[in-house]
Design a protein. Structure first.
Length: 765
């Protein structure tokens, strides 16, 4: 390269500027004649190459190219605007999308050509890029002028889409993409997979986007109008199920629109609008329809109920329209069962009907209402509302007793467990859990002591399920009974290991030792009866054996619960009967004296006539051997009234030596006698008093515990009543009953009225 001295420098710099200026003019020429409007690729390439070479141009040349960049795009946008003004309304969207695409391509290529001009922006401390500037021109010159009309036409397209014209959706999606691009933060334009598009310079969408917000505001108003019109038209032309299906279909399509072309966050607001218009605003009219919720429940149309729930759950306040019908529906179904006298008097039919109803409602809540907690609570409350009477608790207890005695016979373990689960399901709904507890303890005590329970495994399984639901204290007596039986197995084995093998005097003893606190034993069973020495000595033998092992304890004999096997040597067939101990002792006395009055037998046995009356009746009228109840067909005969089956103390009785039974082994144990109305009333009063005592004890213990935990805190009467009621689940504690027990605790000096405020209470430590 030729050396140039300092005297030539000035001329050289001037020449360089002249050359640079000429190159700029050539670039502009390439663009004017080679690119626009001829669109020759060579023009793009020549201009791009020239700008690349002139990347270090001075500010003046850069400014010229910048101005050309802006003015070229602006003039093209203005030209587009003129063409759009001539378009018909129907073609506006298509033309707008087409021109926008052309403008986007222009901006992309101009940006590519002048990419090196960003140096000028940096020098001029300009924050925006060429692409940002071009986008602003497009937005302000083209979109702003057509924004209102574009919004109007897009809404028409969405309305067409809502009315079933799916072809409109592609155009809407294209416009939505343009709206999104207009709001990009510092937008950059790129070409990827031969497709030109805008992206955010900061990799995020600008918060509070202006164009989209303008559109959403407009779209919101149009949605309100459309949804209201749709609801008003459908509610007056359709049945309730048809209306529900129509709105579900519409909302499903709205969800598609949300996912395809509407901002999902914004659509949360649109959802609320749709739900208010389609559900909330027409709720009264829907509720009054003959084909509404009540009809769906009564006709058991689960498909319609499921659809209704799917619609209403979108507007949660509307769910009360279902629950307000659901609760009385369950209650009415329960009352129908209760009022059916044929069912209600027989627990074997009554309880299964209730279980069937419970299962049906459980299934309905699961299948139609998705196991929604609200409907679970309503269902359980509905059952509690109609199962308030003590009869439900007693009948459930009777049903458990039936299952344990007979009902589980031949059932598999899975079937037994399923039935017990159903029983526990009903137990949860009982208002009188305390009544069930007391009655169940009595019945369990009776079947275990009489050894008529089918399986101790089933008994234990029921106790464990009840314990899980109601707690350890609730089943403490039941567990103690089972524990007693377990201990007795060991005691019996040890007694049989003695020299007489458990049969002193040749009489085999099967004795059960029970704890007095857990078992429900009638006073009549504990009345003393005089026995022959060879029998009483057998009891003495066991008593000595037992008390040697358990010093300090005392045995009280419940002979009224005893069962014996008697062989009748003086009968032709040498029959054997399963009888009670009083029956055996009465027969022994008749063998000695041949003929005795009932009163005299009682005197010889050292008891009251009433103690043995039912046992004597069992020797005559048990259907095991005397199905027709004839007075001369029993093990004994006498002067008693065979028609009324009543015995008086003066009635003479003798053994019927002509007795004949088709069975070798028969039963003389008396059947339970039907109680008179007065006896039933007396029992109910006694049971109510016992229940009241239990309830009072629980209430006082609960109140004491609450007050003890609040020492130093202010405890008002109203708060204490409410808290005590909440903490008790064995029965429904009434405010008056709680108040009475508060007064009892005051009398017992457990709590007192506060000195500073007489409406409050303090615990006396």
């Amino acid at each position: 390269m030729q050396n140039i001295n300092s005297s030539q420098v000035k001329d050289f710099k001037s020449a360089k500027k002249i050359i640079e200026r000429e190159m700029v003019n050539n670039i502009l020429e390439y663009l004017n004649h080679g690119v626009f409007p001829n669109n020759k690729p060579s023009g793009y390439m020549n201009a791009y190459t020239a700008v690349n070479i002139l990347s270090d141009l001075g500010d003046k040349q850069s400014a010229d190219l910048l101005n050309y960049h802006d003015s070229t795009i602006e003039s093209y946008i203005i030209d587009c605007k003129k063409k759009l003004n001539k378009e018909t309304t129907n073609n506006l969207i298509d033309a707008f999308i087409e021109h926008t695409e052309h403008i986007t391509i222009l901006i992309y290529w101009m940006n590519r050509i002048f990419c090196y001009l960003d140096r000028f922006y940096t020098k001029a401390k300009t924050k925006k890029s060429l692409a940002t500037g071009a986008m602003e021109l497009y937005k302000s010159r083209l979109f702003d002028d057509f924004q209102k009309n574009i919004f109007l036409e897009v809404n028409k397209l969405i309305k067409e889409d809502r009315n079933g014209n799916k072809e409109s959706r592609a155009k809407v999606k294209a416009i939505m993409r343009i709206l999104k691009e207009l709001d990009l933060d510092e937008p950059k334009i790129i070409k990827e997979n031969n497709k030109i598009s805008w992206i955010s310079g900061k990799n995020s969408e600008k918060e509070g986007a202006d164009v989209q917000n303008d559109w959403y505001g407009y779209f919101e108003g149009e949605t309100v109008r459309f949804a209201k019109d749709k609801a008003n038209q459908d509610i007056h032309s359709m049945s309730a199920p048809e209306y529900v299906l129509s709105q579900l279909k519409y909302l499903a399509e709205e969800k598609e629109r949300k996912e395809e072309f509407i901002n999902s966050k914004f659509y949360e607001k649109i959802d609320k609008i749709n739900h208010q218009c389609l559900i909330g605003d027409v709720m009264n009219e829907l509720a009054q329809m003959d084909t509404g919720v009540k009809n769906m429940l009564e006709t058991k149309n689960n498909a319609q109920l499921s659809n209704l729930y799917q619609l209403f759950k979108l507007y949660p306040d509307s769910l009360k329209e279902i629950t307000e019908e659901f609760q009385p529906y369950i209650k009415n179904r329960g009352n129908v069962i209760y009022n059916n006298k044929e069912l209600s008097k027989d627990p074997k039919k009554f309880i299964p009907e209730l279980i069937s109803l419970k299962k049906e409602m459980d299934s309905l809540v699961l299948e139609c209402f998705e196991n929604n907690n609200l409907f679970q609570d309503v269902k359980n409350k509905a059952f509690s509302l109609f199962m308030t009477k003590d009869v439900y608790a007693k009948q459930l207890s009777n049903y458990v007793d039936y299952c344990m005695r007979i009902g589980f016979k031949g059932k598999s373990q899975e079937e037994i467990e399923s039935t017990l689960n159903d029983i526990i399901g009903l137990f949860k709904c009982l208002n009188s859990k305390l009544v069930f507890q007391n009655d169940s303890n009595k019945k369990m005590s009776e079947r275990l002591i009489k050894k008529v329970s089918l399986s101790s495994v089933s008994e234990q399984l029921f106790i464990s399920k009840l314990k899980q639901e109601a707690g350890t204290t609730y089943v403490s007596k039941m567990q103690e009974m089972m524990s007693d039986l377990e201990k007795n197995k060991k005691e019996t084995e040890q007694y049989k290991s003695l020299s007489h093998k458990g049969a002193p005097n040749g009489i085999k003893l099967d004795i059960t030792v029970i704890s007095q606190s857990a078992w429900e034993i009638s006073k009549k069973s504990m009345e003393k009866i005089e026995m022959p020495k060879y029998l009483s000595s057998c009891l003495d033998d066991f008593e000595q054996f037992y008390l040697k092992k358990h010093q300090g304890q005392k045995l009280l004999w419940c002979l009224g619960l005893s069962k014996v096997e008697i062989q009748y040597l003086y009968l032709k067939n040498k029959n054997i009967s399963l009888s009670t101990l009083p029956q055996l002792l009465s027969l022994l006395q008749l063998e000695i004296h041949e003929k005795l009055t009932l009163g005299k037998i009682a005197e010889l046995l050292g008891c009251q006539p009433s103690t043995i009356t039912t046992d004597i009746q069992g020797l005559v009228f048990n259907p095991s051997f005397n199905p027709h109840g004839q007075g001369d067909k029993g093990v004994i005969v006498g002067t008693f009234n065979a028609q009324t089956k009543e015995f008086k103390e003066s009635d003479e009785i003798t053994i019927n030596k002509n007795f004949v039974s088709a069975r070798v082994k028969f039963n003389t144990i008396p059947l339970p006698q039907k109680k008179s109305a007065s006896e039933i009333k007396a029992i109910e009063i006694e049971e109510a008093q016992i229940t009241k005592r239990y309830q009072d004890n629980i209430l006082q213990a609960t109140i004491t515990r609450i007050m003890k935990s609040r020492i130093g805190q202010k405890t008002t009467h109203v708060w204490l009543v409410g808290e005590a009621s909440k903490q008790i689940d064995l029965f429904k504690a009434q405010p008056q009953q709680i108040k009475e027990n508060i007064e009892k605790l005051i009398e017992k000096n457990v709590i007192k009225r506060s000195d500073s405020d007489r409406t409050c209470y303090d615990y006396i430590a």
